[in-house]
Write a protein that binds this ligand. Sequence first.
Ligand code: DLL
Length: 433
Amino acid sequence: MGKVIDECVAAEPVLAASRDEIEALQLKKLKWAVRYAYDNVPMYKNKYDGAGVHPDDLKHLDDLAKFPFTTKEDLRKSYPFDMFAVPMKDVVRIHASSGTTGKPTVVGYTKGDIDIWANLVARCIRVSGGKAEHKLHVAYGYGLFTGGLGAHYGAEKLGCSVIPMSGGQTEKQVQMILDFKPEIIMVTPSYMLALADAFTQRGLDARDTSLQVAIHGAEPWSEEMRQEIERRFDIDAVDIYGLSELMGPGVANECVETKDGAHIWEDAFLPEIVDPDTFAPLADGLSGEFVLTALFKQAMPIIRYRTKDLTRLLPGTAFTHRRFERINARTDDMMIIRGVNVFPSQIEEIILQEPALSPHYQITLFKKGRMDAISVAVEGRKQSSDVAVSQAVKDVGGHIKARIGISALVEAQAPGSIPRSQGKAVRVIDKRV
Ligand code: DLL
């Protein structure tokens, strides 16, 4: 075991609890959570009564599969506060996620919920190698989005000196990093790459900054992107996962010493994988939709939430809490082009394997006559020759055809012209409607 792992386990022995201990703890908390949801939120009572299940039926962890799922639709129907289980006087924070369509989903927190959230994010920072003596630059957006404040409270809890920069103002971000010399940064991976470009534009080498660790999440990112970030900043980059419905960032985090996938904090959440078509539970190791239950929430209980994220559960390594495979696709980001199922991450993987291209890209879906068509805008790196870029463009088109089975119009744009993300990257523009 490495030093960080040892220190984390010493601070929180639950990270090394045996499977039996974890499952016993989960069962105890799960019984509480399901009963609490049933007793305090009419949506759960109606759903469970309708399905003929009752909190008393929960004797083993497997019994949870008898209970209906909770979906984004349930949250939308409860807009804004119908899923709150406590009176407003006990709610100390409200967040909302905008989503791409329809009403936002709203999440409330009691003081106790915020405390647990902060402790879990503090744990995430610790397993990433963060310590109380570090300065931590938060470039996730502050506001209704959970990223900024979630990271902030966790970092403060650990005792870090927090720099609450929020997203955007790229020039100022660079200046603050140069002047305040943070050791840690929490930011989306796509914005981290935009920051790398901003350093280069100023004639600076991003490898010379004080940064040692980046904690990236809120959007999918590939192993190739990790390597690019680590190389350009000469740092360790680790994965943090979360979603507002469950809490925010901090549901899971990768250990900096193993970098082999995020550990789900199983003392606070119960993960399941279900078949995305039949919704039947799947065993560990099999890929499907990630379903999560929060075992502690008071203001807004969440039982069996269908995240739409696709992954599979893996055994613990650094810690006994299970890991999951890096999330690079969602059930709702699948594009169907002339009958072929395509995920943006498949195209990203191909682009990032071309050394002459920058990691920035944008996919556009459009109509060509009655048929769906797809174009992919890529950029050459500044130092790449025109010949190398046009060969790379050809290769990307060829690989998309060969590996995915569709014809895409691949076009190179001038370096710097593809819009840079300031938070979550927009990878697909749909012009078909
Ligand atoms: O993105 C919370 C968060 C903030 C997580 C900062 C990590 C860091 P939402 O806006 O509700 O919450 O979006 C949640 O983002 O269901 C995934 O599809 C995606 N996502 C989050 N983290 C990762 C990750 C925040 N590490 C949705 N890898 C989730 C891939 C991620 N996708």
